[in-house]
Design a protein around this ligand. Structure first.
Ligand SMILES: Cc1cc2nc3c(=O)[nH]c(=O)nc-3n(C[C@H](O)[C@H](O)[C@H](O)COP(=O)(O)O)c2cc1C
Length: 381
């Protein structure tokens, strides 16, 4: 542990000090020129908040209910692979922290602890119905995919998040430059071990599926009764198709800028995606959320919740389970404080009129009377 973390970016600085630079780059990096990585965060800075006043409320309600899962705050842990790269306890530590905070954790299919063990750790740290979701890459072999869905369901996961923006792996040029291609010895994707009968000791590699299409989503709909969210839909027409194919929710995400570079910031796309789904299914947003004010902007525009990816890896690297717990507490405090300053007593009070795009043309300053000194507001004798 190094220093005190007052902001999410302090966790990043602390993680950099702890981590092998190759892993720090793996976390921070994105595809190609990382234009989308930067755009995600910058988009939040460009929007303004326009608060209401004199609507006093002593406490703020931050809890949500989303597709049958309840959480104490509208910040989800987005799926990130390989937590054991940064902490020996890996996903167990993240899950304990999330469960204790009452936050929804989306377990990555590429986790370095098996989903069943993650769920046991979460239940031991929280209560029996801790909200755990499972992120799935549909595999070319559907039998294998079905076995993965069964593992997640048996573990008690209550929703599936299907990542659809990865027909091929994004080009992380930092990883190429650093020669980072494989997990170090001793670490593996535990959910992919022994997936077929008679395969003891066999570990699969995650396959990307360039042939994936909407029929695969229909197939998945047919084999599970869990809510299905699609992660990585960016085009409004695809959002409409998702509704038509019986999808239960969207995680509006550009994979943190790690897949196709130069796609828009997710925040910029949010109004279009919300318009496309016409309120039929919830939309969660991730990408660049670093502050309570960021979360409030997305929620006010109509997102049902937001997700965080890199901040969790930084917090885990910095302080393990305790680090992730402090990160979630920090975001909860920032969120609560932003709500109070916006005159909101709960998430339901967050409405689009609280958010503006700066509409500055030339600033029409007051006409200067001859002899007036602008700096002091007085007239120079
Ligand atoms: C280190 C790392 C690993 C990730 N692994 C996955 C993954 O296995 N599956 C997936 O759908 N998204 C993955 N993502 C993307 C995140 O789920 C999320 O969309 C993104 O990190 C959100 O942006 P943020 O990091 O700016 O919060 C990963 C992101 C990072 C930083």
């Amino acid at each position: 542990m190094s220093g005190v973390q007052y902001t999410v970016h302090d966790f990043e600085t602390a993680a950099r000090a702890e981590l092998d630079p190759v892993y720090a780059d793996f976390i921070a990096g994105g595809a190609r020129d990382e234009i989308t990585v930067r755009a995600n965060e910058a988009a939040f800075g460009r929007l303004q908040l326009l608060p209401r006043v004199l609507r006093g409320s002593a406490v703020r309600e931050l809890g949500i209910s989303l597709l049958g899962s309840r959480a104490s705050l509208p910040v989800l842990i987005s799926p990130t692979a390989f937590h054991k790269l940064v902490d020996p306890e890996g996903e167990l530590a993240t899950a304990r922290a999330a469960a204790a905070a009452g936050a929804i954790m989306i377990v990555a299919m590429a986790s370095t602890v098996a989903v069943g063990e993650i769920a046991d750790a979460a239940r031991a740290a929280g209560d029996d119905d801790v909200p755990l979701w499972f992120q799935l890459y549909i595999q070319p072999d559907l039998e294998i995919t079905e076995a993965l869905v069964r593992r997640a369901t048996d573990a008690g996961c209550t929703a599936l998040v299907v990542t659809v923006d990865s027909p091929v792996l994004g080009a992380g040029e930092r990883n190429r430059r650093n020669g980072f291609h494989d997990l170090p010895p001793g670490l593996r994707c535990e959910n992919l071990v022994d997936l077929r009968d008679g395969e003891r000791g066999h570990v699969r590699q995650i396959a990307m599926s360039p042939e994936l299409n909407w029929e695969h989503i229909d197939w998945l709909r047919g084999i599970t009764s869990l809510p299905i969210l699609l992660k990585g839909v960016l085009h409004p027409e695809d959002a409409r198709l998702a509704v038509r194919h019986g999808v239960d929710g969207l995680l509006l995400s550009n994979h943190g800028g790690r897949q196709l570079d130069t796609v828009p910031a997710t925040l910029e796309l949010l109004p279009e995606i919300l318009a496309a789904v016409e309120g039929r299914i919830p939309v969660v947003l991730d990408g660049g959320v670093r502050r309570g004010t960021d979360a409030v902007k997305a929620l006010a525009l109509g997102a049902s919740a937001v997700g965080i990816g890199r901040p969790v890896m930084w917090a885990l690297a910095e302080g393990g389970e305790k680090g992730v717990r402090r990160l979630l507490d920090l975001l909860r405090d920032e969120l609560d404080d932003t709500l109070a300053l916006c005159g909101a007593s709960g998430l339901a009070d967050l409405t689009p009129d609280l958010v503006r795009v700066p509409a500055w043309g030339p600033v029409p300053g007051p006409a200067l009377t001859p002899g007036a000194d602008r700096r002091f507001g007085g007239v120079v004798a």
